[in-house]
Design a protein. Structure first.
Length: 334
């Protein structure tokens, strides 16, 4: 174990489980996973995984074990990488930086954000000014219909690159990103690539995530049924996507002319895949609409881009969030 990198993966849901599996099977890392709502099931029985990449696994746990809270670094335990695969709900505590703070060693621990949205690095760079922070843009179809049971229907593809930290040497950031790509890829079951242009990869995914994700959540339709519903694609999905394309261009990122069609047709029609925000709405969870939808909307508006479709989607998501916060006692309707 001494020659392996020590990795703490925070977030033990479906994507976190597959990420931990990819990191572990390459034998270049000792991986510890932090679970929350599914901790008891995973601790007792491990994960049951049905995966298009890995096949069927039963009672699987990462080599470093399963925990129910982020451990404190120190007393001989230092993490080389902290990988965040949690939902990033910016408008509800705890923040990502507060959540991972105990495990981060200043100047050593590399923080990897395998999370959705735009500008997610800003709070992390402010909180950890001497640490490398990496972007992970994940394209995967996976869900956890019950605690500890993971279904992966769409292959795992991960693009990794550094968020620029002005306090650090860019060469060190690049080396850290490429090392993580090597560790993640070592098992040979995933497509993990280095991507220097973090902004481009994030805007490209937002064409899917800022549009299909909230539209499916609001309508209750998965990505197959939204394409079958009369008028939904041409009246809702495509206009929203073209607003993201325009905002990306205004921000300096030219996306391919085919990107909207590519994203609309990315999930096989008969997969009937529920995007993450729809899954959260069905479970009554808080949704991560601020980073996925709010940030690109604000960036586009700031640059003078008309975004009427996304503006309506944003306020509908805000209302859904308020409802779920009221159920949790985070806001009061009385």
């Amino acid at each position: 174990m001494s020659d392996k990198r020590s990795i703490l993966l925070v977030g033990g849901g479906s994507v976190g489980a597959i990420s931990a599996l990819n990191l572990d099977i390459g034998h270049r890392a000792a991986v510890t996973i932090v679970c929350r709502s599914n901790f008891e099931a995973v601790q007792k029985h491990g994960y049951s995984i049905e995966s298009c990449d890995h096949g069927s696994l039963r009672h699987w746990k990462p080599s470093g074990g399963v925990m129910n809270e982020v451990p404190h670094a120190g007393a001989g335990k230092v993490f080389d990488f902290v990988v965040c695969v949690t939902k990033n709900v910016a408008d509800a505590p705890p923040s990502v930086s507060d959540l991972i703070k105990p495990a981060v060693t200043e100047g050593r621990t590399v923080i990897v954000l395998v999370q959705n949205g735009l500008n997610i690095e800003r709070p992390l760079l402010a909180a950890f000014s001497q640490n490398v922070v990496l972007s992970g843009v994940s394209l995967i179809g996976a869900n956890e219909p019950k605690h500890g049971f993971v279904q992966q229907d769409f292959p795992d593809t991960l693009y990794v690159g550094p968020f620029r930290n002005p306090n650090l040497d860019p060469d060190d950031e690049e080396r850290a990103a490429k090392e993580f790509v090597g560790i993640y890829s070592a098992g040979g079951k995933t497509q993990c690539s280095y991507s220097a242009d973090v902004g481009w990869t994030r805007w490209r995914k937002l064409v899917y995530n800022a549009c299909l994700n909230p539209i499916c959540a609001i309508t209750g339709l998965d990505t197959g049924r939204i394409r079958l519903a009369e008028g939904a694609v041409e009246g809702l999905v495509r206009p929203a996507m073209m607003e993201i394309v325009a905002a990306a261009k205004a921000s300096g990122y030219d996306l391919p002319s085919t990107v909207a069609n590519d994203m609309i047709e990315m999930d096989p029609l008969d997969m009937y895949l529920p995007p993450s925000m729809l899954s959260d709405v069905r479970k009554g969870n808080l949704i991560e609409y601020e980073n996925i939808l709010g940030e690109p909307l604000r960036e586009g508006k700031k640059l003078g881009v008309p975004m009427p479709t996304l503006n309506v989607l944003y306020f509908l998501c805000q209302a859904i969030q308020w409802k779920n916060k009221e159920l949790r006692g985070l806001v009061s309707g009385r």
